[in-house]
Design a protein around this ligand. Sequence first.
Ligand code: NAP
Length: 438
Amino acid sequence: MAPLRIAVVGSGPAGAFCAQILTEDTDHEVRVDVFERLPTPFGLVRYGVAPDHQKIKSIVASLTEIFENPSVRFLGNVTVGSDITMDELRAHYDAVILASGAPLDRRLGTPGEDLSGVVAARNFVSWYSGHPDATFDTSVLTAERAVVVGVGNVALDVARMLVRTPDELRRTDVPEHVIDTLAGHSVREVCVVGRRGPEHAKFTNKEFLELAEVEGADVIVSPDDLALSQEARAGTRPATARLLASLQKVADRRPQGRPRSIRFLFNRTPVEFVGDTSVSAVRLAHTTRPEVVEDLPTGLVLPAVGYRGAALSGVPFDDASGTIPHRDARVLDGERVLPGLYAVGWVKRGPSGVIGTNRLCASETTAALLADAPDLSGKGSGPAGVDALLRLRGVAVVDWSRWRAIEAAEVARGEATGRTRVKLYDRNEMLLAAGAAT
Ligand code: NAP
């Protein structure tokens, strides 16, 4: 039987794990082509995991092994929907797996959300991660107080990055201009605002403990915010109890007079971002005492309230949840399964979980696909047709060896500045390094 030819759209962990499971399957011979709109692989591992979390980023070594399997091809710098359409992919491959993640921001719907100075946390994350499409306007960093809305792990990432010292940043791979800007910015206080009590915080204990030990800032938790009723405390899960104990330890500490501070404010929700054209304050309502409303002066608000998937042309999409409708990973058009189309990762189940969660998710998706294999085999006319279309359209495909050239350029840039590696962040520069510039 001819090998199954599978296209995966998106090269983050969910897509990569699918490629791995499929090509390691002993009952089927499978070839996988992974399409990626950026010239670089790994999705949020490269552009979402915080640069000071190099231990988490070490997953790159395992992901690299997946892409170096001769049965897997990386086709970077190819946008599905414009360089190649979904219909073309479906015509040339036996099946297509959608692993396009959650590239948009969940909106708050709060008045004033569009004022300048209210910037989705992702925008800041993309900028310090060297994402080639980042649009973060660094002038907002002239604010003395930043307000982060939401108490998930992304909120902690951005709060921590705002207080990292230049020495700490130099141990990461962020571009030099990011270090220069973060070394000189004006933010002295970062307020992290949760709409519910600390027992509902989404950030994890490990991430909070790390934040509590940053060199550059005092972390402040109000003991009042931790005064939970016996009832609420009795109902907490062990992980929540551990987090509450860590918060309590920090609440009991005296500030050390560090140059910056990170202050947690629980049970408060923004009801308005105040300002004419730029934000000047966040109006916070206390969720447990609705009659109490306070204005927190600020010039920078970073909502970190979650991500959303984006619709892909030619694929059903549920706008309410920001995900692709599916049954056991098989994409649904209404109640009808679309043959040969599968979803995985955040675009399938929404933006939650850690990198490893995607392995389980990929197992479910690939199991569905392999169960359907007898019906899929031979459906597509073969990837050579896609290669020809991309050549015809003058798409500068970044294959794996070209990505390796980008990597080498980043390591060389690091060596030149006494750092392990420094990311390239300009798309043209990446393509030049890859030898793929047109
Ligand atoms: P998240 O964990 O879902 O947290 C979102 C936060 O925003 C919650 O505190 C939520 O509060 C709040 N929120 C949502 N809508 C709101 C509104 N209208 N008004 C006020 N607050 C609102 O999302 P995330 O931080 O973006 O993280 C996404 C995923 O990536 C998570 O699974 C996370 O653990 C993971 N991640 C992991 C790491 C790590 O392991 N180091 C780092 C970054 C991200 P409610 O709970 O009240 O809804």
